[in-house]
Design a protein around this ligand. Structure first.
Ligand code: GLN
Length: 491
């Protein structure tokens, strides 16, 4: 049977189990397509054909023995922020250009155990700082809907390759929106799990109190299987929850009946681009017309402060996490002398890009004596208020809906000279990181011919509710089935 690379992971899994094609044939066809797309997209820092074929051969043995898991033989892209044993892991930074981890991060180890096939390391904004993937030391990734536009960020490579039907699944990380915003800008699904649901062990750290690893996919069932494979307690990450991992497929096919939905209209009253509001309004209408009880105008007044809170807390944590890149232990190192201090300064000057330096400077300032109380401490207090507001909202609503991003994919270079304009792209995604709650972006229409995302948020550990709602919405609409055409004719 000829292999259709445009299908979802669960459809591939069915064909693999039925013996209609092998994991090896799927891996070869996938690598051929990725290699053909790469000159146009630059979605990867590195493709790993040889490793993929070896993993695929092992997956075939497992399929033959009858103990296949849902992800066995499925091609997956790994964001290059996740440590992969023996395969360079760069964080898209000159600092780590030649860094080869000696262990897998827990998420990668679990995906390996599940028998999935790693096709390569996906491009990102350097150290996951950015919203466009233009801050990569290895060149920007392009959006398959329009190659002159960005795919969002920081997990832009992961999102672009899934949207371009290069792979059905990819990992991302989300500190302030880096899974949901690129999912929105490329017309796919992306889930940020509850803080503590997925291990961060072996993930190169940016802002440890905010980030989570999560899945990109093209339907809700794939999100469910992917999350189940990576979620759960990890003795190597003490911030992971001991709560058991539920069956995320349970909500599939259950519809929207009885779902209590709240819409904080004031949060997105202003600043939406043309067409985004219309798409989101139409999506809310679909919820209301199909059994959900929708309440408009719910109040989350402090959520508007989430963006400034984030841009104090995240750089503060980044300045501490990135202090380890001193040229002594690993990573780029300057040996020009004459003093250790100068070598360290030069190492950091040469190794880090401008955005990373900007974050380190903001964070160091916010944490310094005399400013700590006014900035960092105050931000932490407002964070507590935001968490409480969301907790109160989730006593009355199962899901809170907003747009994922204020606009559609922007042009390459459009926002690089204006950091504030770039930061504003995360206005709606950041509150979920501040509150630690799960949130998802699902495709809900088009504006100016480009995809628009709807954001769904839920109470802690209610990923199952998000998956149920995404599945139901996907059954009622076909936005998630629309494929980009900019790469038509390429492979
Ligand atoms: N765009 C946000 C930032 O630059 C979020 C990044 C992320 O989620 N990793 O900080």
């Amino acid at each position: 049977m000829p292999i259709n690379l445009d299908v979802t992971a669960h459809e591939h899994a069915r064909h693999l189990r039925a013996g209609e094609y092998t994991a090896r044939a799927l891996a070869e066809a996938t690598m051929d397509r990725l290699e053909a797309q790469e000159p146009h997209l630059n979605a990867y820092v590195r493709l790993t054909r040889e490793d993929a074929l070896t993993q695929a051969a092992a997956a075939d043995a497992r399929l033959a023995s009858g103990d296949a898991a849902p992800l066995t033989g499925i091609p997956i892209a790994i964001k290059d922020l996740l440590s992969t044993k023996g395969v360079p892991t760069t964080a898209s930074s000159q600092m780590l250009e030649h860094f080869v981890p000696i262990v897998d991060c827990t998420v990668v180890a679990r995906l390996r155990e599940a028998g999935s096939v790693f096709v390569g390391k996906a491009n990102l904004d350097e150290f996951a700082m950015g919203s466009s993937t233009e801050h990569s030391a290895f060149g920007p990734t392009r959006n398959p809907w329009d190659l002159e536009r960005v795919p969002g960020g920081s997990s832009g490579g992961s999102a672009a390759t899934v949207a371009a039907r290069g792979v059905p699944l990819a990992t991302g990380t989300d500190t302030g929106g880096s899974i949901r915003q690129p999912a929105s800008l490329t017309g796919i699904l992306g889930l940020k799990p509850t803080y503590g649901r997925v291990s961060r062990f072996g993930v190169i750290a940016f802002a440890s109190s905010l980030e989570q690893v999560g899945p990109f996919a093209r339907d809700a069932e794939d999100i469910a299987n992917f999350l189940a494979a990576i979620a759960g307690h990890d003795p190597c990450d003490s911030t992971t929850s001991p709560l058991p991992v539920p069956d995320y497929t349970e909500g599939l096919g259950r519809g929207l009946e009885g779902l209590r939905v709240g819409v904080p209209d004031a949060l997105f009253a202003e600043g939406l681009e043309d067409g985004v509001r219309e798409a989101v309004e139409a999506a809310i209408e679909v919820f209301a017309a199909n059994g959900a009880s929708v309440t408009r105008g719910i109040e989350l007044p402090t959520a508007t402060a989430a963006l400034p809170v984030y841009y104090l807390i995240a750089p503060s944590e980044a300045s501490a996490n990135l202090a380890r890149y001193d040229g002594v232990k690993y990573g780029h190192s300057n040996h020009d002398g004459p003093t250790a201090t100068l070598e360290m300064a030069r190492t950091r000057d040469e190794g880090f890009g401008d955005e990373v330096k900007r974050r380190i400077m903001i964070g160091t300032y916010a944490l310094s004596a005399g400013y700590y109380d006014a900035y960092y401490l105050k931000a932490q207090k407002v964070r507590t208020l935001i968490r409480r507001e969301f907790a109160a909202a989730f006593e009355r609503y199962d899901v809170v809906l907003t747009p994922t991003a204020p606009g559609v994919a922007f042009r390459l270079g459009e926002k690089t000279a204006d950091p504030l304009a770039m930061y504003l792209n995360d206005l709606f995604t950041i509150p979920a990181n501040i509150a630690g709650i799960p949130a998802m972006s699902i495709p809900c229409g088009f504006a100016q011919g480009l995809p628009v995302g709807l954001q769904l948020m839920a109470r802690p550990f209610a990923e199952g509710t998000l998956i149920r709602a995404a599945d139901a919405y996907g059954a009622l609409t076909d936005w998630h089935l629309q494929a980009p055409s900019a790469l038509e004719g390429v492979s």
